[in-house]
Design a protein around this ligand. Sequence first.
Ligand SMILES: [Zn+2]
Length: 403
Amino acid sequence: MKRWQKLSLVLLVVITCSQIPFAYRRYRLGRLRDVIQQLNSQRQSKPDNQFVEYKGVLHVHSFLGGHSSGNFEEIIAAAKQNQLDFVVMTEHTAANFNTAAMTLKDVHSGVLFINGNEVSAPTKERLLIFPGDEAANLPEGSSLADVLSRTKARGALALVAYPEEFKSWNAQGYDGLEVYNVYTNARKLNPLVMLFDGLWSYRSYPDLLFATFYSRPVNSLNLWDDAIRLTSRRLVATAGNDAHANVGLSLNDVAGKTWVGFKADPYERSFRLVRMHLLLPTGEALNSSSLVQAFSAGHCFIGFDLFGDSTGFRFIATNGSDQKIQGDEIASGGGATLSVRVPVSARVVLLKDGKVFSDEFGIKEKDYAVTEKGNYRVEVYLPQLPGPVSSQPWIISNPIYVK
Ligand SMILES: [Zn+2]
């Protein structure tokens, strides 16, 4: 064998070996798809007479705030396709016009749109504010405290975005934080790994590629638990799709018509990954003010619905005289019972002040007797799914505050 032939052979072996992990990952995504289908067919949720559950997405950008080319038609169509009840738009602010006033609001194709903003303080700390409006017209150089006090004064909601970059945990007036953000998670990805995963798996499993990088937002969850302790306030946790529909490649003509191209993060796909599930008392209509109120009360949970529809998850507290839901406070008095209900058999982790209180597999319904005060919240996992998703949370609840 000649020298060049030997070299080529070695190269071929190296290339082949380097692709084995990606071929295996593709095989695993196929299994994941099958298990998800199975889980969704096994779902059972008990009727709830007291609350109606609405699902939607939070943290969505259009072309208005720059770095996105997404238009309203695409966003409405994607929301409809995903059968969402609401979409919270969070447009970047612009110097010369009010992006919150111009973005989607009210009901379109049966979906409620809330017009919000993503506001950046001079310290680079960012907030999601909804409804937006005035936030866009803040005087130049407004501090974080200015933004928060103006938001509160008009009864809007302020959530800390990108909590790992936030410093002012002592500030007054924020209602909670976005503990999970698809974009932040995707940025931690090795581009070479993504490229090969894409080559192997994009055509067959474009949605499930999310499973190759999704991971529990450890730092943000810790910051949340700490902020509740530090402020002694109730703080809601949300997940953000941070949908831009701006990742991809395309070849356009001068009129903007796309000849060839693909988008790795179209809205339709982004809205399928993670959703907010909101609970409104039966009989209360879903509108801008009831939505803001339910979010600020923490009457919601995060569901990574790509891995199975999380509709029907409930986390309830009773103490003999009162019944409360996630986000609420309850008096412990002679003790309280926390109840968890999940639509499929799952691993349920109950945390107290950020520390594991109980961790059990094979749970569909479970009562926990608690006597100690604290902030109790739930993470639900699906060990039935193939790794590595089996060890990442499927549902993240809001806390019940036992006082
Ligand atoms: Zn954003």
